[in-house]
Write a protein that binds this ligand. Structure first.
Ligand code: PLP
Length: 353
């Protein structure tokens, strides 16, 4: 991947992108790679600086100041920061009911927000949710789409599906089949898929990603595209040409090599998460339902979270506090460090008064 970047012609690295919405090759390659043929909707791609750019511009463009964005209760912290920056409020849905997605909470949250405003904009970070590592089932996605179609009878609806970690899903291409559920959206629902090459090419520093705008009609997609293009122009102008060229070169000429390299890291991640989850269960350490992805999150209230986080640091165990939990980055620890970690955390937990 980095050898591809370094082998690019200087002219390509120096150049502006072809358009404020990105290079045509990049747009085509993003659609092919991300959706993998699993969509019959109308679509447009806006190149963005990372998934951050895609999520941020969606939030900015789809709500008016003072309105409410719906986010998961346990989530990537930037969602609420982005909402604040655009003078938006947030309301969160609880993520889990037992070991599965809490559809009832999502519905109740949407209904409450719909009583106060003319539109519904919600974020679902799936698959490989940050920070829990949950991935929704096909049935859970179908139920969400059916509900959003109901909502669209009275409100316009925008679903932002943040797929930042999708390329680390353990099922590979199969993990993209749920996009088929989006084919069933009604005319008044739009889906924006936020893609990040930070994760897919393990290249956070390149700052490249895309917002894939999807709707049932070309007009629906065009309406969004016009606004997104202006936002891009006014906010970051255009996206790093070398990053887009790297992605396209890999997709067009080195895909097999890329897939093999990626699989190596997916297998490594799986070995690490399998070991941690197995030992967490043996140790009696409670975590949110984990299926795949970079992080496992221990479940607890915020008071315990503060105390355990501090106690862990005293024992040289460095974690991240999230709402109602402590995030363990299984992605960043070698197996020998993970081995025994759950028991060490449990021992510290047992010492708390
Ligand atoms: N979404 C989630 C859930 C993330 O965790 C991140 C990065 O950590 C992003 C989106 C965006 O990342 P980037 O802007 O580097 O593509």
């Amino acid at each position: 991947m980095f050898s591809t970047l370094k082998s690019l012609d200087n002219k390509k690295l120096a150049k502006y992108a072809v358009s404020f919405t990105g290079n045509p090759d990049f747009q085509e390659d993003v659609l092919d790679w991300v959706l993998d043929g699993n969509s019959d909707l109308y679509k447009e791609v806006i190149a963005t600086p990372g998934g951050t750019g895609a999520v941020g511009m969606s939030i900015e463009n789809c709500l008016e100041a003072g309105q409410t964005l719906i986010i998961p209760e346990i989530a990537w912290g930037s969602y609420s920061l982005m909402a604040q920056m655009h003078n938006l409020k947030t309301k969160s849905y609880s993520l889990f009911e037992g070991d599965h997605f809490n559809l009832d909470s999502l519905k109740a949250t949407c209904k409450a927000v719909m009583e106060e405003q003319d539109r519904l904009v919600l974020i679902i970070n799936d698959p490989c949710q940050n920070p829990t590592g949950y991935s929704m089932t096909r049935k859970e996605w179908e139920d969400v789409i059916e509900f959003l179609n109901e909502c669209s009878k009275t409100h316009s609806v925008v679903l932002i599906n943040d797929i930042a970690y999708i390329d680390f899903a353990y099922e590979g291409a199969k993990a993209k089949e749920y996009f088929r559920c989006f084919d069933k959206i009604s005319d008044d629902v739009a889906v924006i898929v936020a893609f990040s090459i930070s994760k897919s090419l393990t290249s956070y520093g390149l700052r490249c990603g895309a917002a894939i705008l999807m709707a049932k009609t070309q007009e629906g997609v065009d309406e969004l595209k016009v606004v997104f293009e202006k936002t891009a122009r006014a906010t970051w102008s255009n996206v790093n040409n070398g990053a887009m060229e790297t992605f396209s070169t890999i997709m067009r000429t080195k895909k097999d090599e890329y897939l093999a390299e990626k699989q190596k890291y997916v297998d490594l991640l799986k070995a690490r998460s399998d070991l941690f989850v197995k030992q967490a269960e043996e140790a009696g350490l409670v975590h949110y339902p984990y299926k795949e992805g970079f992080f496992v999150t221990l479940a607890m209230d915020n008071d315990k979270c503060d105390r355990l986080h501090a106690a862990l640091m005293e024992n040289q165990i460095y974690t991240v506090k999230v709402n109602k939990g402590i995030r363990i980055a299984v992605c960043s620890m070698p197996l020998h460090v993970i081995d025994g970690l759950a028991a060490r955390i449990k021992a510290v937990e047992d010492q708390l008064d």
